[in-house]
Design a protein around this ligand. Structure first.
Ligand code: NDP
Ligand code: 2IT
Length: 449
């Protein structure tokens, strides 16, 4: 519970205004809890209503997306774009295409994006979008028609200096390509309105790898600074087998770890020799198939139905890279019992509050999503810079900037936690460091009467 009356009041207001939105409330509560000492030290925040303002999106756009499937049937989905905060730059954040998408999910993601984007040190505000469209089992033409219809409405609300969407669950290079094509058709403009674009039309090298690589750069720095450790010789488990998981595996392996398990929404594979990433890439990126296919191609590997079992696999480092709330208290306890030393969140909000408490009280190093997965959006901001300059940087140049950004985020989060008497608590540190810059900008810009 909150100590400060001000925080109590703000949270009660969020509950009243957003009833039943459990993911959004979870994300808001965590940030407000971290801000206790900041609010106590800065009365201006209350005087100027900064927290009441920061928890309310600047603008929310919910829209109909109708499209025609391959059988000629009309389908209707709901589209979302939540433009949460533009204090430090144009709204920036991904588009999630998944049947579980609803207002609560998009708002939690948009809210967290404010602080994550601030942590990158780059000028990007917070936003998120998506649809309850399910890309699974759809033909390429169905995906194209959906993406075009989605963009027909979204195009009215975005722009290279206004709001710049990108990928997230279910939105990769293919979807971004179709959306970009439609934006260009509608606007007759070739601008950096989306990131995660293909390399032939304005995409940045290393954007595909950025979230997974960035996660490992962050975890590596955390291990080095807080435990005098590294990935070398460690066993790792990575949930998911999408964009973030695949490149987290690649970098963790390069840094000397052995990744023994990965998953999708049906189950997980365990390979004691270390997952063969080329096989995973072929199944997931090329064939868009199911991960259980792995055991038909690699001898000695096992497949287990269900997602949560992956956290019972013994490991030193756990990298949840699938979705929100995928590690609950029981899974966290299983990881701790098996001797996990570090958890790095590649997905957004993958650990429940109870799970985080288990890790923190067991002394497990915990890298929270807002800080640890910021490499994706940071590299999106680098893509925006390249688009503005009409130049493209080399892979090495972008990768070096990404690494530097991740190392800085770790130190900023670590130092902010220490400054407010919570040394080692990177959850609080990331929330505070991300908040301070946005709050400063909001205070400087005043309130419209
Ligand atoms: P992808 O769509 O490429 O992959 C998602 C993976 O997670 C798939 O393996 C998918 O399994 C699994 N998954 C999705 N939903 C669920 C679910 N409800 N239960 C269990 N497993 C699920 O997405 P990304 O890799 O891009 O995103 C993964 C996470 O990382 C998300 O939380 C996203 O918000 C976050 N993130 C992504 C960034 C990016 O740049 N892409 C940047 C920062 C964070 P299946 O194939 O069965 O659907
Ligand atoms: O959650 C995230 O940070 C993303 N999905 C990436 C957003 C972006 O704009 O690159």
């Amino acid at each position: 519970m909150f100590q400060s009356e001000y925080l109590k009041k703000v949270y009660a207001g969020v509950e009243a205004r957003n009833p039943g939105e459990k993911e959004f409330l979870q994300a808001v509560r965590e940030v407000l809890e971290s801000l206790e000492p900041v609010v106590a030290a800065n009365p201006k925040l209350e005087e100027q209503g900064v927290l009441e303002r920061i928890v309310e999106p600047e603008r929310q756009i919910f829209f109909r997306v109708s499209w025609v499937d391959d059988k000629g049937q009309v389908q209707v989905n709901r589209g979302y774009r939540v433009q949460f905060n533009s204090a430090i730059g144009p709204y920036k954040g991904g588009i999630r295409l998944h049947p579980s998408v609803n207002a609560s999910v998009i708002k939690f993601l948009g809210f967290e994006q404010i602080f994550k984007n601030s942590l990158t040190g780059l000028p990007i505000g917070g936003g998120k979008g998506g649809s309850d469209f399910d890309p699974k089992g759809k033909s390429d033409l169905e995906i194209m028609r959906f993406c075009q219809s989605f963009m027909t409405e979204l195009a009215k609300h975005i722009g290279a200096d206004t709001d710049v969407p990108a990928g997230d669950i279910g939105t990769g290079a293919r979807e971004i390509g179709y959306m970009y094509g439609q934006y260009k058709r509608l606007r007759n403009e070739f601008t950096g309105v989306l990131t995660g674009k293909g390399l032939t039309y304005g995409g940045s090298l290393a954007r595909t790898e950025a979230t997974g690589y960035g996660l490992c750069y962050f975890v590596d720095e955390m291990l080095r600074c807080m435990k005098n450790e590294s990935f070398k010789g460690k066993t790792a488990v990575i949930s998911g087998s999408g964009n973030v998981a695949i490149y987290a595996n690649q970098k963790a392996t390069e840094l000397g770890a052995k990744v023994v398990a990965m998953s999708d929404s049906n189950g997980y594979v365990y390979d004691p020799k270390g997952i063969d990433l080329a096989v995973i890439k072929q199944i997931k990126e090329v064939e868009r198939g199911r991960i259980k296919e792995y055991v038909n191609r690699v001898q000695g590997a096992e497949y287990h139905e269900g997602c949560s079992g992956i956290w019972t696999v013994k490991c030193d480092i756990a990298l949840p890279c699938a979705t929100q709330n995928e590690i609950n208290e029981a899974s966290a306890k299983a990881l701790v019992a098996n001797g996990v030393i570090a958890v790095g969140e590649g997905a957004n909000m993958p650990s429940t509050p109870e799970a985080i408490a288990v890790f923190q009280s067991a002394g497990v190093l915990f890298a929270p999503a807002k800080a640890a997965n910021a490499g994706g959006v940071a590299t999106s901001a680098l893509e925006m810079s390249q688009n503005s300059q009409r130049l493209s940087w080399t892979f090495e140049e972008v990768d070096a900037k990404l690494k530097n950004i991740m190392v800085n985020i770790f130190h900023n989060a670590y130092n902010a936690a220490e400054k407010y008497g919570m040394k080692g608590n990177l959850v609080a540190g990331a929330n505070i460091a991300g908040f301070e810059k946005v709050a400063g900008a909001m205070l400087a810009q005043g309130i419209a009467y």
